[in-house]
Design a protein around this ligand. Structure first.
Ligand SMILES: [Zn+2]
Ligand SMILES: [Zn+2]
Length: 328
């Protein structure tokens, strides 16, 4: 079968063995997979020593083709979307007991095989239990593929202290800085949580797009929570400018290695909380499935479709389009 692999810094389609279901879990025939900003970061930072281990593609939509799991709620033919990592959730795990699920060793070691840009993948029974969800027939394939990215945003919103359906959320105002696909998704997640949500980007084109989705920016306002979905000094300057004293900045983006970071005294004297949010837990994925399937978060018309054969072009186009969906 075909699978996209990183070879000498370029994504190439290689012929690999179709995965075999030799233990509990499932084989999923991939319908398509979203291209994530983190895939592009991985490609950019890869070198010849690590590129073999890099797994590309994790925003998978597919059909269960084969299943071996007695307790599973799934059957052959189900159309599902999934996340790629799951934590151990054990009481004696120093990370899980602290709700730092994405730091758990099991989380970091778990993955789909061989990666989402492949004709078939293998998932194990813990994936089936914690990260795989049946998606509503009314959603288009690319909309189903937002299961994992939306769950990442939900984690960030929860890390900011918001609980879904908490009436007090509407008393808060949030600003999202960096309105690419993940920034737009973050705003939609915040809106689903009923937080008053604004968005800012230095690109007029992205601001227009946010406007079309019903989001504004008020430069005379200060915000109690600021989400950084762009990683550069300008974005951080803006975060410090627009956050209220005592407010929170949620870091949801990497920066270049030579970036100097936040000013200690600005954080200290203004009593700011800088909180990072990285990757979703099983409960975030569950809520993501509910918000997508009920269309409480509408992700229609955000993606551009590419054929698997054109994946390199999708990567090259990533700065021009909002989101690529690779159709397998
Ligand atoms: Zn992702
Ligand atoms: Zn753990």
């Amino acid at each position: 079968m075909k699978s996209a692999k990183l070879i000498n810094g370029k994504v190439e389609l290689t012929a690999v063995e179709k995965p075999v279901l030799d233990s509990t879990g499932a084989i999923i025939k991939v319908l398509g997979c979203g291209l994530c900003g983190s895939d592009i970061v991985k490609i950019r930072h890869a070198n010849q020593n690590n590129e073999e281990k890099i797994v590309l593609g994790h925003e998978v939509v597919g059909i269960i083709e084969e299943i071996n799991d007695e307790k599973s709620k799934f059957k052959v033919g189900d159309i599902v979307a999934l996340g790629h990592h799951y934590p151990c959730l054990k009481d004696d795990c120093e990370f899980c007991k602290n709700a730092s699920y994405s730091m758990c060793k099991t989380f970091k070691a778990s993955n789909i095989i061989p990666g989402g840009f492949s004709e078939y993948i293998k998932v194990d029974s813990n994936h089936l239990k914690y990260t795989v969800y049946k998606m509503d027939d009314n959603l288009k394939e690319d909309e189903k593929a937002f299961l994992e990215p939306l769950s990442c945003c939900i984690r960030a919103v929860e890390r900011a202290g918001f609980n879904y359906k908490d009436k007090k959320n509407s008393k808060h105002s949030a600003l999202v800085i960096g309105l690419g696909s993940i920034g737009l998704l973050m705003m939609k997640a915040l809106r689903a949580f009923e937080v008053e949500t604004f968005g800012f980007d230095i690109s007029a084109q992205r601001m227009n797009l946010a406007n079309r989705h019903g989001f504004r920016f008020d430069e005379n306002k200060k915000y109690d929570t600021v989400f950084l979905t762009a990683g550069n000094s300008k974005a951080i300057e803006s975060a410090l400018k627009y956050v209220i004293d005592g407010g929170k900045i949620i870091v949801f983006s990497s920066v270049e290695d030579d970036f100097k970071g936040f000013s200690n005294n600005e954080i200290y004297y203004r009593e700011l909380s800088i909180i990072a949010s990285y990757s979703p837990s099983p409960s975030n994925i569950k809520l993501s499935s509910e918000l997508l399937n009920s269309k409480k978060v509408d992700v229609s018309n955000l993606s551009t479709y590419y054929k698997l054969d054109d994946i390199q072009k999708a990567i090259e186009d990533s700065s021009k389009i909002l989101k690529a969906y690779i159709k397998i």
